[in-house]
Design a protein around this ligand. Sequence first.
Ligand code: FAD
Length: 362
Amino acid sequence: MGSQVSVDVGAVRVVIVGGGFGGIAAASQLQALNIPFLLVDMKDSFHHNVAALRASVESGFAKKTFISYTVTFKENFRQGLVVDIDLQNQTVLLEDGEALPFSHLILATGSTGLFPGKFNEVSSREAAIQAYEDMVKQVQRSQSVVVVGGGSAGVEMAAEVKTEFPEKEARLVGSQPGCRARPCQPRAHGSRLTGERVSNLEDLRLNEYGECIRVHTDKGTEVATNLVIVCNGIRVNSSAYHSAFDSHLASNGALRVNEYLQVEGCSHVYAIGDCADVKEPKMAYHAGLHASVAVTNIVNSMKQRPLKAYKPGALTFLLAMGRNDGVGQISGFYVGRLMVRLAKSRDLFVSSSWKTMRQSPP
Ligand SMILES: Cc1cc2nc3c(=O)[nH]c(=O)nc-3n(C[C@H](O)[C@H](O)[C@H](O)COP(=O)(O)OP(=O)(O)OC[C@H]3O[C@@H](n4cnc5c(N)ncnc54)[C@H](O)[C@@H]3O)c2cc1C
């Protein structure tokens, strides 16, 4: 898909809703092909959320995780919160009342969840970076940190705290019996309380230092700490399209798609990334692969060529545990600490996103 595509500019306008990993990959490819497009996101910059947890413990890191859309996509980016899709008139509706017409639509609204793992807010780059720098200060003040969530994000969060501040206590509390990647024997991840669910979560102030915060579990354990960080509860972000595609949603709110990643029954609407109901783990890497297929199929449909099918690939799972440690699996085979460290833990793929956005990291 290297060369530019010659199209009737008046007839084609691809609107991409959501500038996450899938959205920026699709926008970059459309830009390279000279196909008219508009990328819409509620924020003014791409969030490299894969490194969000490090940004909440390491001062000065957050600025590497937010990358301006305008610098890359210029007038083809529009900041705005999408509140609905009008399928009949083929427009995307923004909170401020504006209606953006499209010939083709790529829905890439991803998933949402609690800060610091996710930052899904209408925000500027400066405000987003400041939110992470404020979080670093809360961690710095705390001698003891409880991380709730025994999945991969919880393990990564506890390890980031322990790596940056070896003298602090980081305790992981999760209802899951253990870590998903095996063998999982991190050197620096703090202590664990597995198979126990926090029972007083709604009473706890999250991400804020406290002199003595008491965390209770359903097994009767009490842990006294200074800071509670929750790293679970990621869910599909369907608010932009929920009412328009009500009858095309899976039970988790993801859009049901065919093998070409077209939303069922709507050949000019594609869903990619975390918000597409594809049976595979929700990963940034997969969102990028989806973007390629969606853009190829938009081009192929314009040229009346056969469409390309998306085939879920082999499972790659890399778990970073701070800058120097990690475990993983590629196609079912265990990947050692050294390889995970080189592939992921050192920079958490930050440089790859700056490359996609054709900008230099600060
Ligand atoms: C802590 C953490 C670590 C991770 N580590 C890895 C890893 O190592 N490898 C890996 O492959 N994956 C990893 N993931 C998963 C990965 O980040 C997600 O799969 C990826 O973000 C999905 O990309 P996406 O483009 O589908 O959506 P997202 O990245 O979630 O982006 C969606 C975008 O849509 C925008 N949006 C949503 N709704 C609206 C609306 N109504 N109006 C306007 N804009 C809207 C949001 O602002 C956001 O920018 C990790 C995730 C987390 C949280």
